[in-house]
Design a protein around this ligand. Sequence first.
Ligand code: PLP
Length: 407
Amino acid sequence: MSAHDRDDPRSGIAAELAAITAEGRLRQRPVIDSPCARTIVLVDGKRKRLINWAANDYLGASQELIVRNGAFRALRSYGAGSGSARLLAGGLRLHRQFEQRIAKFLGSQDALLTSTGFQANLAAVVAIAGDPQDAIVLDRLCHASTYDGARQAAGQLLRFRHNDPTDLELQLTRCASARRILVCIESVYSMDGDEAPITALAAVCRKHRALLLVDEAHALGVLGPGGRGLCAESGVRPDLIVGTCSKSFGSQGGFIAADQDIIELLVNRGRSFIFSTAPCPAAIGAAHAAVGWLRDHPDLPDALQTSIQELRRALRAQGWDVPEGRSAIIPIVVGDEHAALALAQRLRDLGHHCPAIRPPTVPAGSCRLRLSVSRAHTAADKRKLLKAMAVVRGEPSGQARMAEETA
Ligand SMILES: Cc1ncc(COP(=O)(O)O)c(C=O)c1O
């Protein structure tokens, strides 16, 4: 028997939770009693309607009639569930139609649908770097799903400094003898909203004959020609593009767009695809409709971009440290957990839902508010947010304006 006392198998759980709480890192599950849309009704003791700056529904697709009708049609045609994994009973025609539509939208030979974006990264990394002689080289700030894929994959895991082509090159020389090398980056990073120098990173990958995976979860629908992402904008064709239906496409599901041989390998080796039931018809009906909606309205991201720039500029004018950038994710770094929680609470009191982001999602000391701008936000929503932000900065003018409004 080890030094651990296992008479009570749960011993230590309460202490662990107390330690998480003392660090200001305890997470709970807020309940909302409304659609997760432009505004939400948060049930926190009492019900409170808040303007929602937390969702990733960048185009407001989840509430668009055409997208909702896509879900209804699929539900009517196919029922509630998909019944099985696709390699078992077979996939629905709708699953294949979605793959063909997203592949055409992104200009790739084929695509593979998974139940979430998280599963898409798992499937891709595990399948491509599945041999102990392989290497996976991640940008340090890659999403948890890419890290988890790299940990599950048999290949060796290396990391390079965020957005640094020189350090990527150094890491690639360290694994030069690998059978296959997979480099994973995001085009827009989920917690900082900054863009990767894709052209420079892709050139390093080419030079070292490494495969490149670009996760475009936060760029699709927001950046690039007609919302086709940063790879399309920069003319880079990575070996794999990972995307999700849960952000600009307003639904749920994930996908990998790539050449035929890569997709074939994923079908055969991507465990999170093989051993999981295919996504439900309503979700993919909605996502299918959302991709068609964006394809037919290539100017949808333009209005969003105007809104993003207005908010970034106005927040900077108030003195907040908001970086230059084009993504819909606006980080406001405030430091420690307690400061971030207090700021989020004050904003909630003023009618805004902007949750505090804390470790392990972001590195210690860089806790932040993460504002997520949607095309669905109105001019009045933005005005109210700016007034609240002025109040919490303690600016007398902000307080006066807020008082005027609530009077
Ligand atoms: C960069 C990135 N990749 C993948 C995912 C996972 O996508 P999903 O929510 O569809 O599982 C996320 C979602 O938070 C993300 O931010």
